[in-house]
Design a binder for this molecule. Structure first.
Ligand SMILES: [Zn+2]
Length: 704
């Protein structure tokens, strides 16, 4: 489900923005928000304690020096690394994000194995939970012996559905087990009163990654639909259906989901906050076919009285479909979604067939991840803060947290001085923008207050049941917040996550311990590498408060227009420049980046590097510039570091999926698009007018 939280990379889930998508899409785990720290005004020197700059973590063989940096900077800066690091068979893409994640996962594995072997952990303790969870997931012998048995009781309930009321009850039940059938329901901050949590209902219920997969008429899309029907049929056969029955049932599933897709909004439409805000009370929610009161009762929250219905047209159409589609077809649809969401935790026939479609067909990955890795990812999704607590003891020394915090302060100071002098913005808007920047809060490393898992019972198997209880725990934890004031201590990512996010309603930036590691951040490296790496990431997240979506929210995280019409117009003209630039990038023959879909992330990249570069200049002014290192000036190393974190190569199937579904541009374009707009880059590598990495002055995009 699309939210208002933006990540650095990855699937956007719930109300925040992330840095990049490749990882989250692959690992598709549940998503999981430190006390607000007021910004200081001082400009703090980050690495003053390091006596001299060192070449730590920088490797000149990562470059492709046969390529001219002024023609293709991404290739120049990452070509050597990519050549030495081909995509692993079990991945859809491989890059610096994956390599760091892989490293973090090995730390988690050691923690989990220790916990799984320690049979003497106090019952109900976090250690007992992570150990038992991991052990149940690794117990392939029991999982094979059980086959489909662990979900048979639920399949039995579905086959007993005879009328609309029973159908509705089962949908509520499946939601509490983590099966997102028909639509999604969760809690979120009220966009117009960000101090309060309300219920939030969104379009959903599809088995393919996006509505376009059902509606597009090109050959490849048709082929994917055919393969999807075959996949659903195989899963039904594995569950005991005869092949002809399974085939016709699978076609029925596609027909039902296509109807849902036809009334779903596009990803671009979902990026419009006002267009997706429709707060309703119970009387307004009421439809003849679907009783929300009954749904709230069934999920255990009978007192919910107000809900933001993100896409009312979707819900109106869904109500009609509830009666126009025969009950038997709904039973098949629910059965499919239960099997689909349980498959990765069942016996190998189910795991393999699930991977065959969602891994190989959709992303091009050749083989599944080893079981231990899948179990680490699952433990992180389900018990992220219990596991994360152990992780940070091993991976984030307190001084790293202090240094990262100082770097953030320097970035804020740079953005503040930029906002104070920005030529295209009038004073009234400028005051609001500065107030918004001053109100941004920071979470870094790990939560000050760890999540309480006491209501989540974990034992040594069956694994599927641990997953169902985990989903139930998370569902109730989320919904219990509805109608209450916002709890500002929560994190939306677990500490080992290699990612970062900006939360629009909280107006906060968050950097988990997992990304405060080389090559993003290294306390032993020179300033250039750190400002170009984690500095640009920090700038990226801050800029989300001022991108095309974020700029519609004020300092308190409320959807409120604080712009004068003239400044808004100036901003939109500048944003349109970025949109045009991305529309021009060709992913594969016939496939372009979608400038409108990736606009927020592209503005954040451009703003992030610009602000990080300003902060780096201030750092250089504080003390003499170090000499060249590995033959590169500090300026050059700043840009090399920016490119390096995006060193990634992806399979064509996966790039296609990302272009359709990910608000983040592909790494090669995000790297080059930024430097093409910055005269500072051209100067540092002595690039000339007419070079591919130098846009003519009149085409250059600059917002912040
Ligand atoms: Zn982002």
């Amino acid at each position: 489900m699309l939210g208002r939280y933006k990540e650095l990379s990855g699937m956007t889930v719930r109300v925040v923005r992330i840095l990049s998508l490749a990882l989250a899409a692959l690992l598709a785990g549940a998503l999981l928000t430190v006390r607000s720290v007021p910004w200081t005004d001082r400009f703090i020197r980050l690495f003053g304690a390091v006596a001299e700059a060192r070449t730590h973590t920088f490797n000149a063989s990562d470059l492709d020096t046969t390529c001219d940096p002024c023609q293709d900077f991404f290739q120049f800066a990452t070509g050597g690394w990519i050549k030495r690091h081909p995509i692993r068979p079990s991945y859809a893409s491989w890059g610096q994000f994956n390599a760091l994640q892989d490293k973090n996962q090995r730390v988690l594995r050691a923690i989990l194995e220790d916990a799984a072997h320690a049979r003497n952990a106090p019952p109900g303790s976090n250690e007992q939970k992570i150990g038992a969870f991991y052990a149940s997931c690794m117990d392939s012998k029991q999982i094979e012996a059980d086959g489909i048995k662990p979900i048979e009781p639920e399949l039995g309930r579905i086959s007993g559905i005879q009328n609309l009321e029973q159908l509705q009850d089962e949908v509520a039940r499946l939601h509490s087990l983590g099966v997102r059938a028909l639509f999604a329901f969760e809690s979120s901050q009220d966009d117009k009163d960000s101090s309060q949590m309300i219920g939030s209902a969104h379009q959903g219920g599809l088995g393919l990654p996006d509505r376009d997969y059902y509606l597009d008429q090109d050959d490849r899309s048709k082929q994917i639909r055919d393969q999807y029907v075959q996949h659903v049929a195989k899963m039904f056969q594995l569950s005991g259906d005869a092949s002809d029955v399974a085939g016709s049932q699978a076609r029925g599933v596609l027909a039902v989901e296509t109807q849902l897709a036809q009334v779903s909004k596009s990803r671009v439409e979902l990026r419009d906050p006002l267009g997706n805000y429709h707060k309703m009370n119970l009387a307004e929610l009421r439809t003849p076919e679907f009783s929300w009161e009954e749904y709230f009762r069934a999920i255990g929250f009978a007192d919910i009285s107000e809900v933001n219905v993100g896409q009312p047209e979707f819900f109106r159409a869904l109500s009609r479909e509830l009666t126009s589609v025969p009950i038997a077809d709904w039973r098949t649809y629910l059965r499919w979604h239960l099997i689909r969401s349980s498959a990765p935790a069942l016996s190998s026939q189910f795991v393999d067939e699930d991977f065959n479609f969602y891994g190989t067909v959709l992303t091009g990955a050749i083989e599944n991840q080893p079981r231990w890795k899948r179990c680490v990812v699952s433990a992180d999704s389900n018990l992220g803060e219990a596991l994360g607590q152990k992780y940070v003891e091993r991976a984030l020394p307190p001084e790293a947290k202090i240094r990262a915090k100082a770097l953030v302060d320097n970035l804020v100071a740079a953005l503040r001085s930029d906002l104070q002098t920005l030529p295209w913005m009038g004073d009234q808007t400028r005051r609001e923008a500065l107030a918004k920047l001053a109100a941004i809060t920071l979470k870094i490393g790990y939560p000050d207050q760890w999540r309480d898992y006491s209501a989540f019972q974990v034992d040594r198997g069956p694994y599927v049941e641990n997953l169902q209880r985990g989903s139930g725990f998370e569902f109730r934890r989320e919904l219990a917040q509805i109608g209450k004031p916002v709890d500002r201590t929560q994190w939306e990512m677990s500490p080992p996550t290699v990612n970062a996010y900006y939360d629009t309603n909280m107006n906060e930036i968050v950097f988990p311990a997992g990304i405060l590691q080389p090559p993003f951040f290294d306390a032993k490296a020179d300033d250039a590498l750190n400002y170009g790496g984690i500095g640009a990431v920090i700038g990226h997240e801050m800029t989300h408060g001022f991108d095309d979506e974020g700029s519609q929210y004020d300092a308190q995280g409320n959807l409120r227009d604080w712009w004068t019409p003239e400044d808004r117009k100036n901003f939109e003209e500048r944003a349109a420049c970025v949109q045009r630039q991305f529309d021009g990038f060709v992913v594969a023959p016939g496939i372009h980046e979608n400038g409108k879909l990736v606009l927020g992330e592209s503005i954040a990249d451009l703003g992030g590097v610009t602000i990080a570069h300003m902060a780096f200049q201030r750092a250089l002014a504080e003390r003499p510039a170090p000499a060249k290192i590995d033959g590169f000036t500090p300026e050059q190393r700043f840009f090399l570091s920016w490119a390096r974190v995006w060193a990634t190569i992806a399979r064509p199937e996966f790039e296609r999926q990302q272009t359709h579904t990910d608000p983040h541009p592909l790494p090669r374009f995000r790297t080059n698009a930024v430097v093409m707009n910055l005269p500072e880059f051209a100067k540092s590598f002595s690039c000339q007018a007419g070079n591919a990495m130098v846009r003519p002055a009149e085409q250059r995009c600059r917002i912040w």
